[in-house]
Design a protein around this ligand. Sequence first.
Ligand SMILES: [Zn+2]
Length: 101
Amino acid sequence: MSNFKALPIKTRCWNCGAEHNRTVSIMEREDGPNDGELSFCFKCGHFAIWDSSLTDGVRKPNPSENDRLKASKAAQRMKTLWAIHMVRQEEWDPKSTAKED
Ligand SMILES: [Zn+2]
């Protein structure tokens, strides 16, 4: 049912500076993200807010948005899932594999 569609929108993370050349909406919709909506950096795990007036495309959440993010179970769940994904990725990185035999 969920068919994530990647849109060719470039952003740069306000926290880690990672450049993303695609964005995926987790909601079923045809149009792109609107200003003020939530974004998430898969490189560093920080939330951002869409702002098309900025060159980077996203900005740091303001204090009241941060309060809402902390109170949002969905946002916290997403961050937890991201953290689990990152741990698993490290486990499977052949360069970081410790040989135990
Ligand atoms: Zn980042």
